[in-house]
Design a protein around this ligand. Structure first.
Ligand code: SAM
Length: 244
């Protein structure tokens, strides 16, 4: 899978994607991250990508032209089946695990990172396939959000994790959180591991993990269980996005 990141800070991604699972997947050729500087599609002396907002007000707005031309240049034969263009935006639909699973099926994903007060709305309306938010807070730019999206999708690409089954047992795979994990020592500062995990009874271990995951979900994220009970509303929302 190829991730194209459109940004005014291409060097931003040197750190976050240079470690662990994602770095190994890039090394193995299972995925590629291509960072494109939006200033490559500017034509003035200052290589400006921003301009003042119509109607006045605070801050600057990312101009449409560099963004449109960047997408047209990195995806010359844009094809709805193989390519997806995502605008990172605080106003977007929430990015959840279901969205990561849906997006990992594309061969190339373009991630548009906004800055300033945001991106000219014609990008959302006429260029991007969908707008995604990584949470209900405002970041200074889309780069951190793009790194989050790349990391979470990468784990789902076949071959990236040594053991495919591990993604099936992770948090959000079945509307619940992952079960708690323990490693040695069996007793640490007086806190012992749950006895079920110490024995070799695999059925008891499975059952303990199922119950513990449910208990933790009920305690920390009860709305996930509520979603399960009301017919996976979240999943329906996540499958949305702009359709042609
Ligand atoms: N004025 C915008 C608003 O109130 O919604 C915030 C713009 S923010 C300072 C600049 C850029 O950061 C946005 O264009 C977007 O690309 C990115 N961004 C900010 N928060 C984000 C979030 N929660 N998820 C994804 N991208 C975000």
């Amino acid at each position: 899978m190829i991730f194209h990141v459109l940004t005014i800070f291409p060097d931003f991604f040197r750190g976050p994607l240079d470690h662990g699972v994602v770095a190994r997947a890039i090394e193995a050729g299972l995925l590629e991250v291509r960072c494109h500087n939006l200033r490559n599609w500017t034509y003035d002396r200052h290589r400006s990508v921003d301009d003042r907002p119509f109607g006045g007000g605070e801050g600057m707005v990312l101009k449409p032209r560099p963004v449109f031309e960047a997408v047209e240049s990195v995806l010359p034969g844009r094809d709805q089946q193989r390519h997806r263009v995502v605008l990172l935006s605080a106003q977007g639909r929430p990015f959840h695990q279901t969205a990561a699973r849906r997006l990992c099926r594309y061969q190339e994903l373009v991630l548009i990172c906004g800055r300033y007060e945001g991106v000219d709305e014609r990008v959302a309306g006429h260029l991007a396939d969908e707008e995604l938010s990584i949470g209900d807070y405002v970041l200074s730019g889309g780069e951190l959000a793009a790194a989050v999206v790349i990391d979470s999708i990468s784990r789902l690409i076949p071959g990236v994790l040594g053991n495919e089954a591990s993604t099936l047992a992770e948090s959000f795979s079945e509307d619940s959180l992952d079960c708690p994990h323990y490693t040695r020592p069996a007793e640490f500062r007086g806190w012992k591991i749950p006895p079920a995990l110490a024995g070799g009874d695999h059925r008891a271990i499975r059952e303990w993990r199922r119950m513990a995951a449910r208990e933790k979900t009920a305690r920390l994220r009860p709305e996930l269980l509520a979603i399960e009970e009301t017919g996976n509303e979240q999943r329906v929302i996540d499958e949305g996005g702009r359709t042609e």
